[in-house]
Design a protein around this ligand. Sequence first.
Ligand code: NAD
Length: 468
Amino acid sequence: MENYLIMQRSQYMLNITKIIQQQQDVFNTGQTSDISFRAEQLKKLKQLLQKNEKDLYAAIYEDFAKSEFETYMAELSQIYHEINLSIKNLSKWSKVKKVPTNLANYPGKSYIIPEPLGCVLVIGAWNYPYALSLIPLVSAMAAGNTVILKPSELPNRTSKIMAQIINQNFASGFLAVIEGGIDETTEILKHRFDKIFFTGSTAVGKIIYQAAAKNLSPITLELGGKSPTFVLKDCDLKISVKRIIWAKFLNAGQTCVAPDYILVDKSIEKDFLNELKQQFEKNNEFYNQDSFVKIINNNNFQRLQKLIDESKIYYGGECNKNHRYISPTILENITFDDKIMQDEVFGPILPVITFENLDDVISKIKEREKPLSCYIYGNNKKQIDKILQQISFGGGAINDSVMHLSNSNLPFGGVGNSGFGSYHGKAGFECFSHHKSILHRSNWFETSLKYPPYKKYKQNLLQLIMRI
Ligand code: NAD
């Protein structure tokens, strides 16, 4: 058995080595840099996804009971949008950009050439298995790279369907899906890539970063964190609660940018909690065991169940292990010391903390790791500005949550422990490009200023020029 596993492992390694070599060879032909090639391949990908939509829906439903509507809204429509946007802007984004030339290089021209990086690796997370694998893939293709995609192994069927669609329709020297879990990813990471794009937890992000460092591979890390959500006393309570519920309980709270916890002004706490309860009761049938998205696996189910402090349940708290179902749960009287406040929740449990003094609560957040997102519900400009200026976070929204992701003009990414680098739209194209800076001198004018002998008068002249 042991010998068999060793053989399997070496076969796997050989296969990866072969695919990477093929991709490097294809990249070196320059074929993937061609703008019309990029556009054709992006169109082909879109057509394939559209043709296989039914199978994509079926796979994700089997994995964690995600509905067709949520899959289309939060995943496929976003992928199609990124493909359309990339095709439309390919020529513009890949254009050589002229920049001004400084006096020391006069006469001359200066410009920046965006160029693809080479063979890139995209590692996806499980919670939006299509979007988190295919949106970076689209950006990498648009930028002219060859791509190896390693989707998360946890939603097994979605990983398989992506492998099937891509591996059966694209040459492996251009695009390849390699499936696998920790062991396989560890093997893949022994190779040198021209870029690694990782989405996942902060803990695994650190492992990926170390592996990338061994080969000096540039890296983007899209990680997680605890995203605070402020509910100020002058907010529109009905709309705010509606938007918070949608964002928090979408995908059963298994969303990296979901509001992780609420910070509500003490003076409106009761009204806020009451409004939450009323709105849940109105939409009861959507949140029951038959319609609500499942928790991805038993480990996460158990982890989440342990976070529910029975004495603090304001609403919900129902757990069914057989269905991996946890009902939307609101916890009240929470403090920063509670267990649920130690790590990212990543599930349908919403802790509510009250505050009387905004400065105090801002200080508490600043003591912690920088979150991926932050949301503010309210209209008090002074308070909003204070939060925006004092708290560092990846990105966010005022009077909404999560929706900033749907605007491709806003680069999406974290800061500090929630990651670095960003993508979506043009930022995605740039994330997978190198910007080659060129100074093109003219020969019609030459001075002896920079050349030896280094005389005093030359230094004086240089100092004079530097002052201009
Ligand atoms: P994860 O870190 O467990 O796994 C992500 C990927 O890494 C998977 O493909 C997995 O196979 C691989 N992996 C896991 N352990 C590994 C190891 N030891 N060595 C090498 N590879 C390994 O994350 P997850 O559970 O899939 O996703 C949940 C986390 O991801 C949450 O923290 C969430 O906030 C974060 N996330 C962030 C974003 C974002 O865009 N910033 C999006 C979604 C999820």
